[in-house]
Design a protein around this ligand. Structure first.
Ligand code: 3UK
Length: 538
């Protein structure tokens, strides 16, 4: 057995069988980490002790600001509480529940320092969903923002594994921290010890826990940011994704820290509030989802956001229309990137002059990707198939038979259909199970959405296939009209005509329904399955 610092081996014992692991690739020299490595030492302690960034700002927020040194001391005191007051043993799972804030960030690092496994959860989760996560990961300790304690308390009777809970911003945690030293000796974890379990948003079925090692945390910092985003120490990151979503964990915390930059952590953001924050703090890098860029584009003229240099979009496909609106509003070309909880962060992307509107980009250095047919054979350029990817990170579900569906022959299959063009650019088509098959044609909902979004009357839209006796399925669009536009028969006809002119006419939505809003996850993804359920019920 390899070296491990974990005394509690629950998670390690529930890694998938070796023959179901994806193949890992560590070609890049920067991805060869020492055998004993703690990601908190690398990202936080060394920022102060080796890089000399102690007096630089690490976190800005309405709750107060923390320099790197202050963040380190805060995390050290919390680690002291975890070990001495709460009895944490290396390998224990620690639930983290809070909005993006300095304390949420410090708690994440404290868990790493103490050799625990962070199980961060979305602030909006209810007792039922918390119960699933806590029981699946056998969580024994929790750190929780006091205001969010209610749902956790409701979950507790059904969570026998959960022992002590400490709360910040109005609970007992700060008081306990004051009694702990400002230094802490980090547990000497292995690079292959599990650092976090991230649960997938899971549109159907129970959420899956994806397990990631200390080296995976470092690998995502040394891949997408180093090759594509290229941040500098004077950057200020901002954006919407929660730290409990790995898109946010990387973009809002780990990446800025890897480069000695600062992050602006804000709660309950609206498009206006994010624009105002960029203006007030002169933020330079923004991470959010496509719909947020679309909403901000319409409001940007009212703010001075001239400080902004780079914008990253992920979570779902970035429509060309949204890309163009943002470029017109700000002059900035969005860096699109596809990532997944299973792979921890972004693996296909493009920035600057490498951007091709309509394509996600190319596999970023460190990763390889290919498109496969139903039987697992690689497809030539121009053919639509299933996306497979491998690199330094990959899928390891916690005790889950669905591992075999995500990983075969060493490749991670994300459940997306893609095509590669002759230049090696990857073009997103749809989620594999969202492909619409109408009268024998394969139609990707996002392509139709993209065309609809180019019409001035469309604020938001979602396109699905609904059962049809003659065609198998027909294309149906749910459209949220922009203020000032009437959702009537004339607009239906205008939208249909518009789509027929923009893309192959057989893809036009035969059915159009107007809505005030569309169902979305907390991470900004359109919930097509809900639209399908609603369409079925009609
Ligand atoms: C979809 C995209 C087209 C795609 C994520 C960046 O979204 C993240 O993780 P999830 O586990 O979902 C993964 C799935 O979301 N998707 C994400 N980005 C794009 N589709 N274009 C994109 N740019 O279906 C993928 O399989 O919630 C994103 C970083 C970390 C993440 N966890």
């Amino acid at each position: 057995m390899d070296y491990t610092a974990h005394v509690d081996t629950f998670a390690r014992d529930r890694l998938p069988p070796r023959d179901q692991w994806p193949e890992f690739i560590f070609d890049l020299p920067e991805l060869r980490y020492p055998e004993r490595m703690n990601c908190a030492t690398e990202l936080l302690d060394k920022a102060v002790t080796e890089h000399g960034w102690g007096e630089r700002m690490a976190i800005l927020s309405p709750r107060g600001n923390l320099s790197y040194r202050q963040l380190l001391e805060t995390a050290n005191r919390i680690a002291g509480v975890l070990v001495e007051d709460m009895g944490l043993v290396p390998g224990n799972r620690v639930l983290l529940r809070g909005c993006n804030s300095p304390m949420m960030a410090a708690c994440w690092f404290a868990v790493q320092k103490a050799g625990g496994i962070a199980v961060a959860t979305m602030p909006l989760l209810r007792a039922r969903e918390l119960t699933d996560v806590i029981t699946k990961a056998e969580v024994s300790l929790a750190l929780c923002e006091h205001e969010l304690l209610g749902e956790l308390d409701l979950a507790r009777p059904a969570c026998p594994s959960l022992g002590r809970v400490a709360c910040w911003y109005g609970g007992d945690l700060e008081g306990r921290m004051a009694a702990k030293p400002a230094d802490f000796s980090n547990v000497a974890t292995s690079r292959d010890d599990i650092a976090l379990i991230a649960f997938t948003s899971g549109t159907t079925g129970k959420p899956k826990g994806t397990m990631h090692f200390h080296r995976d945390v470092m690998a995502i910092c040394d891949c997408f940011p180093r090759s594509t985003l290229k941040p500098a120490g004077d950057d200020l990151f901002c954006g919407t994704p929660p730290l409990a979503f790995t898109f946010g964990l990387g973009g809002m915390l780990l990446f800025p820290m890897r480069f000695g930059a600062a992050t602006l952590l804000l709660e309950r953001l609206t498009p206006e509030a994010l624009l105002k924050a960029i203006q007030d703090h002169r933020a330079t890098i923004c991470f959010t989802a496509p719909t947020f860029y679309r909403m901000m584009a319409g409001l940007a003229a009212g703010f001075d956001i001239s400080s902004l240099r780079k914008c990253v979009s992920a979570g779902e496909a970035l429509p060309v229309a949204t890309r163009e609106l943002w470029r017109q509003a700000t002059g900035i070309r969005i860096i699109d990137g596809i990532g997944a909880t299973e792979l921890l962060h972004i693996f296909i992307s493009a920035a600057g002059d490498d951007i091709r509107p309509g394509a996600t980009g190319k596999p970023i250095p460190g990763y390889v990707a290919a498109v496969f047919d139903e039987d697992g054979n690689p497809l030539p350029p121009g053919r639509i198939g299933r996306l497979g990817v491998k690199g330094p990170t990959g899928c390891r579900y916690l005790d889950d038979p669905r591992q075999a569906a995500y990983v075969h022959d060493g490749w991670n299959f994300t459940g997306d259909s893609y095509l590669v063009d002759a230049d090696g650019y990857f073009h997103y088509q749809a989620r594999t199970d969202d492909m619409i098959i109408s009268a024998g044609y394969n139609i990707g909902g996002p392509e139709v959405e993209d065309a609809l979004l180019q019409h001035p009357a469309v604020a938001e839209c979602g396109v699905i296939g609904v059962a049809d006796p003659d065609r198998g399925q027909v294309v149906k669009a749910f459209v949220v009209p922009r203020p000032g536009f009437q959702g009537d028969a004339a607009l239906v006809a205008a939208l249909q005509e518009h789509v027929k002119r923009a893309i192959a006419p057989y893809k036009y939505p035969r059915l159009v329904e107007f809505r005030d809003a569309l169902p979305r996850t907390e991470t900004g993804k359109l919930q097509r399955f809900r639209l399908r359920e609603q369409a079925k019920g009609q």
